[in-house]
Design a protein around this ligand. Structure first.
Ligand code: THU
Length: 136
Protein backbone atom coordinates (compact mmCIF):
# COMPACT_ATOMS: atom_id res chain seq x y z
CA UNK A 1 0.00 0.00 0.00
CA UNK A 2 1.51 3.36 -0.97
CA UNK A 3 2.26 5.72 1.90
CA UNK A 4 0.63 9.16 1.89
CA UNK A 5 4.09 10.72 1.41
CA UNK A 6 4.20 9.19 -2.06
CA UNK A 7 1.02 10.91 -3.25
CA UNK A 8 1.44 14.27 -4.95
CA UNK A 9 -1.52 15.89 -3.20
CA UNK A 10 -0.69 19.36 -4.51
CA UNK A 11 -0.94 18.24 -8.14
CA UNK A 12 -4.17 16.44 -7.34
CA UNK A 13 -5.62 19.55 -5.67
CA UNK A 14 -4.67 21.76 -8.64
CA UNK A 15 -6.14 19.25 -11.10
CA UNK A 16 -9.40 19.11 -9.11
CA UNK A 17 -9.58 22.91 -9.10
CA UNK A 18 -9.00 23.02 -12.86
CA UNK A 19 -11.68 20.37 -13.39
CA UNK A 20 -14.10 22.37 -11.23
CA UNK A 21 -13.85 25.26 -13.70
CA UNK A 22 -15.48 23.00 -16.31
CA UNK A 23 -18.55 22.30 -14.17
CA UNK A 24 -22.03 22.76 -15.59
CA UNK A 25 -23.97 23.80 -12.50
CA UNK A 26 -26.52 26.45 -13.52
CA UNK A 27 -29.14 25.19 -11.05
CA UNK A 28 -27.24 24.71 -7.82
CA UNK A 29 -24.49 27.19 -8.69
CA UNK A 30 -22.27 24.78 -6.77
CA UNK A 31 -19.44 23.72 -9.09
CA UNK A 32 -17.43 20.66 -8.06
CA UNK A 33 -14.18 19.25 -9.40
CA UNK A 34 -12.55 15.92 -8.72
CA UNK A 35 -9.17 14.42 -9.56
CA UNK A 36 -7.55 11.06 -8.94
CA UNK A 37 -4.42 9.10 -9.71
CA UNK A 38 -4.57 5.58 -11.08
CA UNK A 39 -2.36 2.63 -10.22
CA UNK A 40 -0.47 3.07 -13.49
CA UNK A 41 0.16 6.76 -12.82
CA UNK A 42 -2.55 8.41 -14.91
CA UNK A 43 -4.45 11.47 -13.73
CA UNK A 44 -8.22 11.43 -14.26
CA UNK A 45 -10.59 14.28 -13.53
CA UNK A 46 -14.29 15.10 -13.49
CA UNK A 47 -16.78 17.90 -12.87
CA UNK A 48 -20.45 17.95 -12.00
CA UNK A 49 -22.89 18.18 -14.90
CA UNK A 50 -26.41 19.19 -13.89
CA UNK A 51 -29.68 18.77 -15.76
CA UNK A 52 -33.00 20.64 -15.97
CA UNK A 53 -34.45 17.42 -14.59
CA UNK A 54 -32.57 17.99 -11.35
CA UNK A 55 -32.39 14.39 -10.20
CA UNK A 56 -30.37 13.44 -13.26
CA UNK A 57 -27.39 15.50 -12.13
CA UNK A 58 -24.02 13.84 -12.56
CA UNK A 59 -21.66 14.44 -9.67
CA UNK A 60 -18.02 15.20 -10.43
CA UNK A 61 -17.16 11.67 -9.31
CA UNK A 62 -19.50 10.23 -11.96
CA UNK A 63 -17.71 11.96 -14.80
CA UNK A 64 -14.35 11.08 -13.22
CA UNK A 65 -15.26 7.40 -13.28
CA UNK A 66 -16.32 7.80 -16.92
CA UNK A 67 -12.97 9.42 -17.68
CA UNK A 68 -11.24 6.54 -15.87
CA UNK A 69 -12.91 3.98 -18.09
CA UNK A 70 -12.44 5.99 -21.27
CA UNK A 71 -8.73 6.43 -20.63
CA UNK A 72 -7.98 2.75 -20.09
CA UNK A 73 -9.74 1.72 -16.88
CA UNK A 74 -7.77 0.50 -13.91
CA UNK A 75 -8.04 1.41 -10.26
CA UNK A 76 -7.80 4.64 -8.27
CA UNK A 77 -5.05 5.17 -5.70
CA UNK A 78 -5.69 8.74 -4.48
CA UNK A 79 -8.65 11.13 -4.78
CA UNK A 80 -9.28 14.84 -4.21
CA UNK A 81 -12.58 16.74 -4.57
CA UNK A 82 -13.10 20.51 -4.35
CA UNK A 83 -15.98 22.96 -4.22
CA UNK A 84 -16.30 26.23 -6.14
CA UNK A 85 -13.88 27.98 -3.80
CA UNK A 86 -11.28 25.27 -4.26
CA UNK A 87 -11.77 23.87 -0.78
CA UNK A 88 -11.79 20.15 -0.02
CA UNK A 89 -15.23 18.62 -0.41
CA UNK A 90 -16.36 15.25 0.85
CA UNK A 91 -17.81 12.94 -1.78
CA UNK A 92 -21.53 12.36 -1.23
CA UNK A 93 -22.65 8.93 -0.06
CA UNK A 94 -23.54 7.73 -3.53
CA UNK A 95 -20.18 8.78 -4.87
CA UNK A 96 -18.32 7.04 -2.06
CA UNK A 97 -19.95 3.89 -3.41
CA UNK A 98 -18.85 4.78 -6.95
CA UNK A 99 -15.28 5.35 -5.81
CA UNK A 100 -15.30 2.15 -3.74
CA UNK A 101 -16.01 0.11 -6.86
CA UNK A 102 -12.90 1.44 -8.59
CA UNK A 103 -10.52 1.69 -5.63
CA UNK A 104 -7.04 0.25 -5.57
CA UNK A 105 -6.12 -1.49 -2.32
CA UNK A 106 -5.39 1.21 0.25
CA UNK A 107 -6.84 4.04 -1.87
CA UNK A 108 -6.55 7.38 -0.08
CA UNK A 109 -8.81 10.43 -0.12
CA UNK A 110 -8.17 13.98 0.98
CA UNK A 111 -10.99 14.83 3.39
CA UNK A 112 -12.03 17.75 5.57
CA UNK A 113 -10.32 15.93 8.42
CA UNK A 114 -7.15 14.91 6.63
CA UNK A 115 -6.08 11.95 4.53
CA UNK A 116 -8.25 8.88 4.97
CA UNK A 117 -8.63 5.53 3.29
CA UNK A 118 -11.64 4.47 1.28
CA UNK A 119 -12.44 1.95 3.98
CA UNK A 120 -12.57 4.76 6.57
CA UNK A 121 -15.05 6.86 4.60
CA UNK A 122 -17.22 3.89 3.60
CA UNK A 123 -16.76 1.21 6.26
CA UNK A 124 -18.18 -2.27 5.83
CA UNK A 125 -19.16 -1.36 2.29
CA UNK A 126 -21.25 -3.39 -0.07
CA UNK A 127 -19.19 -4.10 -3.15
CA UNK A 128 -18.39 -6.42 -6.02
CA UNK A 129 -17.13 -9.05 -3.57
CA UNK A 130 -20.66 -9.52 -2.28
CA UNK A 131 -21.90 -10.51 -5.71
CA UNK A 132 -19.14 -13.07 -6.06
CA UNK A 133 -20.05 -14.78 -2.80
CA UNK A 134 -22.98 -16.79 -4.09
CA UNK A 135 -24.24 -18.35 -7.27
CA UNK A 136 -27.40 -16.63 -8.47
N1 THU B 1 -21.88 17.23 -6.09
C1 THU B 1 -20.82 16.56 -6.65
O1 THU B 1 -20.49 16.79 -7.81
N2 THU B 1 -20.17 15.64 -5.89
C2 THU B 1 -20.43 15.39 -4.57
O2 THU B 1 -19.86 14.46 -4.00
C3 THU B 1 -21.38 16.24 -3.86
C4 THU B 1 -22.34 16.98 -4.74
C5 THU B 1 -22.62 18.20 -6.91
C6 THU B 1 -23.95 17.73 -7.36
C7 THU B 1 -24.68 19.04 -7.63
O3 THU B 1 -24.40 19.44 -8.96
C8 THU B 1 -24.03 20.02 -6.67
O4 THU B 1 -22.85 19.38 -6.18
C9 THU B 1 -24.90 20.41 -5.50
O5 THU B 1 -25.37 19.29 -4.85
Amino acid sequence: MPGSHEVDWVSLELAAQEAMRHAYAPYSRFPVGAAAFTEDGRLVTGCNVENASYGLTLCAECTLVGALQMSGGGRLTAFYCVDGEGNVLMPCGRCRQLLYEHRAPGMQLMTVSGIKTMDQVLPDAFGPENLEAEEH
